[in-house]
Design a protein around this ligand. Structure first.
Ligand code: FAD
Length: 224
């Protein structure tokens, strides 16, 4: 029986309304695509999709491009929406169609779990901003806490592959956190970020300008 042909006219009406809004026909709970809602990995994963320690695709370890590719593979062409829905997805019993629509469109939305790039940008913003407000002459106790924070951060970072590499980088004595002043900590963070930039094949940032980027704003006044 098609999902819209239910013995409950109100439910049928609701499902039709949802289809009109989203362009996505209602799906049975075991429809292709719903496996992703359960977190089940698809059989063949596109290049770049990282598997988490739980054996499922790890969104915070995977680029938006690879994640999008994986969702495309899971999505039969008949359920592709013509445009993104504008209502927030809900986790109600009647939200099957909405949930399917959100599965398709999560990479275009701002209110979904982050991929590796979103997570990275937000994390660097926090880390550099911490260095920007770090005291010029921190007490020894704060220096100790800051080292402990960096260690804990490297263990808790939600992209596990990134975390492992960051921990390995930190293990090298030359990369031990330098936290005896704002200037030192800011430069150290900039070098840590550059190590990741280099690993990812991106340009190195000029660390002489870390404070302009993260504390004072650029000298040309574009941030004023
Ligand atoms: C600890 C850590 C480890 C990571 N490891 C990985 C990984 O293994 N694989 C992966 O795919 N992603 C990783 N990331 C995410 C990655 O670093 C980027 O955040 C992500 O790729 C998005 O990059 P982006 O080009 O938007 O800018 P980002 O690299 O996020 O940078 C944001 C902004 O910071 C400024 N900036 C850039 N470099 C520096 C610097 N050296 N010092 C100061 N400011 C700078 C620039 O203005 C830039 O626009 C990691 C993130 C963190 C925090």
């Amino acid at each position: 029986m098609p999902v819209t042909s239910t013995p409950f006219p109100i439910l049928s009406q609701f499902l039709c309304q949802v289809e009109k809004l989203t362009g996505v026909p209602p799906q049975p709970l075991d429809a292709p695509g719903s496996a992703m809602l359960d977190g089940e990995p698809p059989k063949e994963l596109p290049k770049g999709v990282v598997i988490g320690p739980d054996g499922k695709p790890c969104r915070t370890c995977t680029s938006s491009a690879a994640w999008k590719q994986m969702l495309k593979q899971k999505q039969p062409s008949s359920t592709k929406p013509s445009s993104s829905p504008t209502f927030p997805p809900t986790a109600t019993a009647t939200g099957v169609a909405a949930a399917t629509a959100s599965t398709i469109n999560t990479f275009d939305r701002a209110d979904c779990p982050p991929d590796v790039e979103q997570l990275g940008r937000s994390s660097w913003t926090l880390l550099h901003s911490i260095t920007a407000t770090y005291p010029r002459n921190p007490p020894v106790s704060l220096q100790q806490e800051t080292r402990a924070f960096v260690t804990a951060f490297s263990k808790l970072y939600p992209c596990w592959t990134c975390a492992e590499d960051f921990q390995a980088w930190l293990k090298d004595d030359r990369n031990a956190p330098k936290v005896s002043s704002r200037e030192e900590f800011g430069r150290w963070m900039c070098e840590a970020h550059n190590a990741v930039n280099v690993k990812l094949g991106k340009e190195r940032f000029d660390c002489d300008r870390w404070e302009e980027r993260w504390r004072t704003g650029w000298k040309d006044g574009r941030c004023d």
